[in-house]
Design a protein around this ligand. Structure first.
Ligand SMILES: C[S@@+](CC[C@H](N)C(=O)[O-])C[C@H]1O[C@@H](n2cnc3c(N)ncnc32)[C@H](O)[C@@H]1O
Length: 276
């Protein structure tokens, strides 16, 4: 099989673009009058509403949603959708083509699909001197530190750990499934505020942020953006999706006088190339 065919197939497999599995709606707050598709689940959710987990609606596979990462796939290894997968492919290949020094990292990996894809792209290009860093708590998102980060007030991602907490062993197993777990994959387990300041990373060529919250985004930028090489890419998965994430990006860019154009990927994800 040609490398192009392998990469094309892999990115679709990683998001279950081909399998037509059920998706789930992200646990967004419902408006009054919203009619859930599955009444029984809705009733169950109401019964359980005082507990710390929420049942989301199961929704039938929708190709358009999977293209732009608008659902939470039930089984796929990544929720980013095809367009953001293609953006990863573009950024990684561009940095390889232009000999941009540095490793690759994703801060916030969930089941690992995006970092698995990064490792595959390096392998296909025959790159042996770059590491793919896999940074996650492996226990979901943190409870908001509301005193420190006003923008995270009321953020309830941490209550969805039944879906968002994927163990390190599970992510390693997911790499293994594709034959891509090796010494070029390194794990940074823990909260970003604890792991990123001392992470043994010298330089980065691709910095992919997918931690959703203000705290998670600003922690990654504060500790890693200075390590991003000129010619490298900063990708923000939730720029158009989570206002607090966008705010962290805009605050950091303002503080550090970053003026490169932010390029939209699919209405949610966005990225820029570091020019100086
Ligand atoms: C939306 S998911 C990532 C999706 C993933 N990039 C993909 O390809 O499907 C967010 C992830 O970020 C992690 N996370 C968010 N904030 C974090 C923090 N402050 N420290 C450690 N992990 C964090 C969560 O555990 C979760 O795995």
């Amino acid at each position: 099989m040609s490398n192009n065919l392998y990469i094309d197939l892999l990115k679709k497999v990683l998001i279950d673009y081909h399998r037509m599995e059920m998706g789930e709606t992200p646990p967004i707050k419902r408006n009054k009058g919203h009619k859930p598709r599955y009444m029984l689940l809705y009733m169950l959710e109401n019964i359980l509403k005082n507990s710390d987990f929420t049942i989301r609606e199961k929704v039938p596979y929708n190709k358009e949603k999977r293209l732009t990462g608008r659902d939470w796939p039930a089984y796929a290894d990544s929720m980013v959708g095809l367009k953001r997968m293609e953006n990863i492919e573009f950024c990684v290949n561009d940095t390889i083509k232009n000999n941009i020094p540095g490793d690759l990292i994703e801060t916030g990996v969930w089941r690992g699909g995006s970092v698995i894809f990064m490792r595959a792209l390096l392998k296909v290009a025959g790159i042996t001197d770059k590491i793919v860093w896999v940074a996650d708590s492996f226990e979901g998102l943190p409870k908001p530190d509301e005193d420190k980060y006003d923008a995270d007030k009321g953020d309830d991602h941490y209550t969805h750990s039944n879906v968002l907490a994927i163990s390190e062993d599970q992510v390693k197993y997911n790499f293994e499934k594709y034959g891509l777990l090796d010494e070029q994959v390194k794990f940074l387990k823990g909260w970003f505020k604890d792991t990123l300041p001392t992470a043994p990373i010298e330089k980065l060529s691709v910095l992919r942020l997918d931690g959703d919250m203000y705290e998670s985004t600003i922690n990654a930028l504060d500790n890693l953006y200075a390590k991003l090489s000129v010619g490298g890419y900063c990708i923000v998965d939730d720029f158009g999706a989570v206002p607090a994430c966008k705010m962290a990006i805009m605050d950091y860019r303002k503080q550090h006088n970053i003026t490169e154009d932010i390029i939209d990927i699919d209405g949610f994800g966005a990225y820029w190339k570091k020019l100086n």
